[in-house]
Design a binder for this molecule. Structure first.
Ligand SMILES: [Zn+2]
Length: 93
């Protein structure tokens, strides 16, 4: 395997683009790319060996949506209730 050199173009996973893109090697450690820069968005990050980050993001997203959906209905009810009450009061008086 030939040594990687600064400025070499390699594939890696870009968290900003969320896919494998062309990267430029900007830093080398122990003959391996240490930092790379995405050629699409110029985001610089540690070399990931073309691996996408763990599925934490997906889990977080699912959790976030779950929390949102559990909050939204309650918020909607709370919003609607006082309005009805004040309208009713207004009609009575
Ligand atoms: Zn990118």
């Amino acid at each position: 395997m030939r040594d990687v050199r600064l400025g070499d173009e390699i594939d890696d996973y870009c968290v900003k683009c969320r896919r494998i893109t062309n990267h430029l090697v900007v830093s080398i450690l122990n003959r391996e790319p240490a930092k790379v820069r995405c050629r699409t968005c110029y985001h610089e990050h540690d070399y990931r060996r073309e691996e996408a980050p763990p599925k934490k993001d997906a889990k977080k997203e699912a959790l976030f949506k779950e929390v949102l959906s559990s909050i939204d209905p309650a918020a909607a009810e709370q919003d609607a209730a006082p309005k009805k009450a004040t309208k009713a009061r207004g009609k009575k008086s």
